[in-house]
Design a protein around this ligand. Structure first.
Ligand code: XMP
Length: 318
């Protein structure tokens, strides 16, 4: 019978046997899968697990600092690499969604490869791949937990891709991954985290991207997510986020006419991201959240709520 406890026990002993004294490198994303994979490996090989957490400058507000702190608190040997400037420079003037993804994937590989080279004699690359990633490994979007591998077809293989691969969660579904994490005592704030795309806010800023737009969207997103949490709605939503639209609209403030940005809020119910329904959030919640966004976030004068289901509307707008 499968239980999280027996899975942990068996996997840790298998990993010990498989890895011995070898060094392993793993890219943490802040998400559930890579975090649970890291804790399992840490149990097996301790300090021989080298975790790398890259800030691409496209994470949620304060996410880099708070998640890094959380990882350190769990005893992981983790190195934070703030490469925001490199990513944002590479994205300057890029508005096509697939070109954004490619640029982000390319920079990620460069940064990760540089970091992996600093680990002397590293033998393995660990990934938080789960079973659904294995069965649809090359989906059009890269899938909800796209791993580093799916981005890599840009010329020759970087050195870290030549490492041996270890994927301790390869046979598990998402809910099993969460149960494994819980049985190892991991925090609900990590295990219950909504899925978040690898390219981050870049694909929620429609059209071209600037640092100022990233900042505006981080503020809007933070109000939305904080309110979902304080209204106890966060856990009943599968994924939520805000989208910065490439349109300005007219508004009034006092006696002044304004011409400012419009944002869309999206919250969906889903089991695997392949299909999704928009969530019927309470009107009072939407009312309060909209007011708070417009009052707090300078440059935004209009908020809309996305009531489209997938298919045909994808979860992300790009
Ligand atoms: P869509 O927009 O295709 O999204 O309905 C389905 C799920 O996949 C996530 N997503 C991505 N994840 N890289 C990722 O790691 C991507 O390029 C990407 N595009 C979409 C999306 O957030 C949702 O969970």
């Amino acid at each position: 019978d499968w239980t999280p406890d027996s899975f942990v026990e068996e996997t840790v002993s298998d990993l010990k046997a498989q890895l011995g004294n070898d060094k392993v490198v793993l890219g943490l994303s802040g998400g559930v899968d890579s975090s649970v994979a890291a804790i399992l490996l840490h149990k097996a090989i301790g300090k021989n697990l080298y975790c790398i957490f890259v800030n691409n400058g496209l994470l949620r507000k304060n996410e880099y600092e708070s998640v890094l702190k959380q990882y350190e608190g769990m005893g992981l040997n983790v190195k934070g690499v703030d490469a925001s400037a490199r990513f944002l420079d590479a994205l300057e003037g890029v508005s096509d969604p697939e070109k954004k993804r490619k640029a982000i994937g390319r920079v990620f590989i460069e940064v990760f490869d540089d970091e992996a080279h600093l680990i002397e004699d590293v033998k393995w690359l660990a990934q938080g791949t789960i079973y659904p990633d294995v069965i649809e490994s090359v989906s059009a979007t890269g899938g909800p937990s796209a791993t580093i591998k799916s981005h890599h077809n840009v010329g020759g293989l970087p050195d870290f891709m030549k490492l041996k691969i270890v994927e301790p969660l390869k046979a598990l579904f998402k809910d099993e991954v969460r149960r494994v994490g819980a049985s190892m005592g991991m925090d609900a704030s990590i295990l219950g985290r909504h899925p978040f795309p690898g390219p981050g806010l870049a694909i929620r800023i429609l059209g071209d991207l600037t640092r100022e737009k990233v900042r505006i969207l981080q503020e809007v997103d933070a109000v939305f997510i904080d309110n979902l949490k304080s209204w106890n709605l966060y856990d009943s939503v599968w994924q939520a986020g805000a989208i910065l639209l490439p349109v300005n609209s007219v508004g009034v403030m006092g006696d002044e006419r304004t011409y400012e940005k419009c944002v869309a809020l999206r919250a969906v119910e889903s089991t695997d991201g392949m299909t999704a329904d928009w969530v019927n959030l309470p009107y009072e919640f939407l009312q309060k959240t909209s007011n708070e966004i417009i009052n707090k976030v300078k440059g935004v004068n209009r908020v809309v709520y996305d009531i489209s289901s997938k298919p045909p509307a994808t979860i992300e707008w790009e």
